[in-house]
Write a protein that binds this ligand. Structure first.
Ligand SMILES: NC(=O)c1ccc[n+]([C@@H]2O[C@H](COP(=O)([O-])OP(=O)(O)OC[C@H]3O[C@@H](n4cnc5c(N)ncnc54)[C@H](O)[C@@H]3O)[C@@H](O)[C@H]2O)c1
Length: 486
């Protein structure tokens, strides 16, 4: 490379916002750092001045190396490999001597666990066991402050608690473990192992149970990105059963902040529930997404995006309701989610709209095959017979063209995300196209009825930080359509 190009590339190489890498700083090992939560956690950790990250990730369909490719190796070192590979894990621990481990690597999608549970048992159970064993051996070599301060954070899920009835109180850390899907059962196995390693060996494992995350970089098989992307492309929006399954939603950056708190202040052997205090029925979430898109990217011909909704047979053993009581982490570690759901959702929908190339890069090949097998549609090109939605032409049609038009022009062939500066804790950096989320939400709720159960009113902590709105909101159409309207 010529000197001038070298200079240019050094000048434009994005740096973590936490400042330049200090050579002697400490290291943490993150597993699954290329996934949805992992990416947001690593960006947030580095942005807040956190220590160097060694990232062990197999880069499965859900792990995208491009997410963190802009980080210099002194801040983020990717080791592509399997958490079940004991030799590899031991080698990493020996070489990098991390002060802590954040274990996120997992197979994470319930639907996939139903059609192929073996991979879930392998990664989530055998992988967690392998990591615990190697980490215990490493920890036993430590002395003094290094040993006392060592932590392994096992990132589990609220799904291990099973399903709630509408009037049940939210899950606490003392709720019974009652997983209903192969996914949640495999995560629960990890919970038990982490607990047993603390009780038996005194190994400093800490477990977290978080509710449903949403935000940027989520693989579009999960509800919010799937619906956003399909709606933008004019494709069917598959809704399980009556769509009234209730989830407690938390913005992924809030989850990442909670994990940092647990890393710093969590007590070994303890478990912490992490929730967003935002219970919503799936159909409400879909209605809100469609409302946002109706205002920001209206469909040609004036039809509402919610008209694309199609009901599909419910998932076997589908849990009806999850709700998390996060009093413990709030009172003991000082955690409080910063995002209100309306703001966070709008920002998220805008992110997927603005990052169409990222979406395309992760939704090729295997994903389309899987969508076809599982839902009878691939989510992009061809809806099943008789369903509304378009063909390849429609996919490249107005919805996506508009999206592409909005995408920043700095796209490079290596697929770096344009907003390189992580917006961790910096909500004011969200694009100014977000307007009046609370109004939109009211419209959406009016359409589906008030199905929230037991959640606190949104205090819109974040929206208070946004400046005055500019311009008039466009007409919204979703509010006039119920889920049956599709
Ligand atoms: N997404 C949520 O709403 C949510 C909520 C609570 C808890 N969790 C938990 O958080 C963790 C991360 O979830 P996510 O949504 O980011 O998942 P994800 O599927 O987006 O990412 C998982 C990551 O793990 C990697 N991985 C998979 N198998 C591996 C293996 N054998 N070895 C090494 N790496 C491997 C993948 O490549 C990917 O980068 C999971 O443990 C999940 O159970 C997720």
């Amino acid at each position: 490379m010529g000197a001038f190009r070298k200079l240019l590339s050094a000048a434009f190489r994005p740096r973590p916002a936490g400042g330049p890498y200090v050579k002697d700083s400490m290291t943490i090992l993150v597993t699954g750092g290329l996934g949805f939560i992992g990416t947001n956690f690593v960006l947030g950790h580095l942005a807040s001045g956190g220590d160097r990250v060694v990232d062990l990730d197999l880069a499965t369909y859900a792990g995208n190396p491009a997410n963190l490719a802009h980080l210099p190796p002194e801040s983020h070192l990717l080791v592509r490999g399997d958490v079940c590979d004991r030799e590899l894990v031991e080698g990493i621990l020996r070489e990098h001597r991390p002060r802590a481990i954040v274990h996120l690597a997992a197979e994470s999608h319930v639907d996939r666990s139903i059609s192929g549970p073996a991979a879930f048992v392998q990664t989530n159970v055998v992988g967690t066991f392998t990591l615990l064993e190697a980490a215990r051996a490493h920890w036993e070599t430590l002395t003094g402050a290094g040993r006392d301060g060592f932590r392994l954070i096992y990132v589990s899920t609220d799904e291990v608690y099973g399903s709630l009835e509408p009037d049940d109180p939210p899950f606490t850390e003392l709720s019974t473990c009652a997983p209903n899907s192969p996914y949640s059962a495999s995560k629960a196995a990890g919970d038990h192992l982490a607990r047993a390693y603390f009780r038996t060996y005194g190994f400093p494992a800490v477990t977290t149970h978080c509710s449903n995350n949403y935000g940027p970089y989520q693989f579009p098989e999960k509800l919010i990105p799937l619906m956003t992307i399909n709606a933008l492309a004019g494709k069917p929006l598959p809704v399980y059963g009556d769509g009234r399954q209730i989830r407690d939603w938390i913005h992924v950056e809030d989850h990442a902040r909670a994990l940092s708190l647990v890393l710093d202040k969590g007590v070994p052997g303890e478990t912490y529930n992490i929730g967003g205090r935002s219970e919503r029925a799936n159909i409400e979430v879909l209605t809100s997404i469609c409302g946002i898109l109706d205002a920001e990217a209206p469909r040609e011909g004036g039809a509402g995006h919610l008209e694309l909704a199609v009901h599909v047979a419910d998932r076997p053993g589908h849990d009806r309701r999850y709700a998390i009581d996060s009093t413990k982490i709030e009172s003991e570690l000082g955690f409080m989610p910063e995002y209100s759901f309306p703001d966070g959702l709008e920002a998220t929908v805008c992110w997927y709209r603005a990052n169409a190339r990222w979406v395309e890069s992760v939704t090729s090949g295997e994903y389309r095959e899987w969508m076809k097998r599982h839902y009878g549609m691939d989510g992009w090109d061809s809806p099943p017979e008789g369903l509304p939605g378009g063909t390849l032409a429609a996919r490249r049609g107005p919805g996506l063209r508009r999206t592409a038009g909005l995408a920043p022009r700095r796209w490079r062939s290596d697929m770096r995300i344009p907003w390189r500066r992580p917006w961790y804790g910096v909500p004011d950096r969200w694009p100014r196209i977000m307007k009046r989320p609370e109004e939109r939400r009211i419209g959406a709720l009016a359409a589906v009825g008030q199905t929230r159960a037991g959640s606190r009113p949104d205090t819109d902590r974040k929206s208070a930080r946004h400046g005055p709105e500019v311009g008039q909101p466009r007409a919204r159409k979703a509010a006039s359509h119920g889920p049956e309207g599709g």
